[in-house]
Design a protein around this ligand. Sequence first.
Ligand SMILES: [Zn+2]
Length: 657
Amino acid sequence: MIKPGSVEEILNTAKIEDIVGEYVTLKRRGVNMIGNCPFHNEKTPSFTVSPTKNIYKCFGCGKGGNSAQFLMEHESYSFPEALRHIAGRYNIEIEETVTSRESIEERQMLDSLFIVNQYARDFYQKQLFETDEGKSVGLSYFKDRGFLEETIRKFGLGYAPGEGKLFCKTATAAGHKDSSLKKLGLSTSYGKDFFRERVMFTIHNLSGKVIGFGGRILKKDVKAPKYINSPETEVYNKSRVLYGAYFAKKSIRQNDECIMVEGYTDVISLHQAGIENVVASSGTSLTVEQIQLVKRNTPNMKIIYDGDTAGVKAALRGLDLVLEQDMNVKVVLLPEGEDPDSYLQKLGAADFKEYIDKEAKDFILFKTNLLMEEAAGDPVKKAAMIKDLVASIARIPDPIKRSLYIKECSHLVKVEEEILVDAANKVFKKTFKQEQKNKERFRSDSQRQGGDGGGRPGDNQEDNSASAIPKKEAVQGNEFQEKDIVRLLITSGGEIFDEESKTTVAAFIVSNIEEVLDDFDNKQYERIVRECMQMLNDGKKIEQKHFINHWDDEMAQLAITLLHDEFEYSTNWKDMWEVELQTQPMPEQNYVKDSISSINAFKMRKIDKTMAKNQERIKTAQEEKDDVKMMKYLRIQQKLLAIRSELAKAGNTVILK
Ligand SMILES: [Zn+2]
């Protein structure tokens, strides 16, 4: 584990504009920088980077966070991977603590697996380029396919020789453990090489590390399967890997589209021809994880199928998953007997590209046409087909898209729209109910496990029901002042409020609202105020980054959302006084004025509430003809009124929102 001190140093050193700038072209706008969001498709930039706050936030899709979170989102890194990336960039030495012996051993074990895999890749490559067998069998095969040496090296292609133990012998002589070779599936349980007489394809993870291999046999007369692959290991989870993703991810984002093919050689050929946004599911049907991997970079997917209809129909069944993930899926069917590799050789890159753009058909409509052909003249088949189709459409999360498809399909299959709508709604309701059930089960499970969250004892129940981030529209009237107070605490809590006494903004706010804290309507906001109180008691400085980098993701997201609102404020403000932008202090520097007015507004609301309650008491006392009580409550009411007008006066002279 990376030491907390080290984590802090890394996060503090990281400049958000540097980290994001590696991937996004940023332009300065006032104190912030803007660019096109890498997480969603947009033409006018709404992706904002704030160098002073050291965070990014997108108005369009709502994604936001610090440098580490950006890398986790963008590069699919884990938190430690993101930290290591940043540390590498700024030459920060990472201090690691080891919590237990197992975790050192686990880390070392994983590292050693990557090292062994890398060793294997180098071995196979050496065989390919430097041995007679490798050159005559392997290299000539790749050259026949038109692969250039540069491409062969880039994709880590190689050759596994026919001699049954050569790899194992060489690897163990080089100091690699027998057990590692077995674990990675590079050797069989009898100690023989697993890959023999095969051309080798290296499989990389998203950061380019070698996680496994695919081997293709070239001899025709043997009974062995044409392709064999590394087994699932600690470093290779097949359902989460797309072949070529490491080389394709940048191009997928640039083109805002992912092309999906079936084979390794298809990926490599297209890539070499300059079509780089290509990945392969390597033979298996697509998994949800693989689709999500694509979705992180683009919602648009084009799937290329070889031109045999039987295979396509089987493949289409798995595609409903893609619809569920709300991806725009197009299907391209190649002419009979062609695969992407062969067809590309035939047409050349430019014409191939034109072909797939022209022939790309919407998935649902493609499926409809295909099923129609099959069911022609057979009413029973047609009924089954409609059911199948409706089941696909019902999986589309977007209701507008759903109804458009229904319209189109009713036209294509010549069935009245209402019938399709009814059928789709039935399926939709059924899945919706199932989902609700799953959610409920999940909720009650997590409530049962509630005690391990590490928060204040006894508040877990509330935290669960208060649901993660208060959505923008959910913040209205009553919560507004609370939100403003919390925003001030986070953005300017550590600033000096009063020069003479060195009181901080946080100390001023907390001391003023302590007694009414229980009245907070929003429990999440209350949590932040309480945490600030605790920090003040502990003599800690209240800093924005404490909340942005909060260990509890809910708190971190809430902080970022609050900062986001401030961005909007600055934007409006800037639009109104564009010219004065250079000379005016930014809103975040108005914390003294803002603290007073926020506290006033907050107190005003509490007093209004108390007065309303008191008014009720007066009424009851009147009804009960209890003069003593009535007089008492009337006096209280007068006092409240006096405080209220005091506050209003202060509000008027300072500022009232
Ligand atoms: Zn976005």
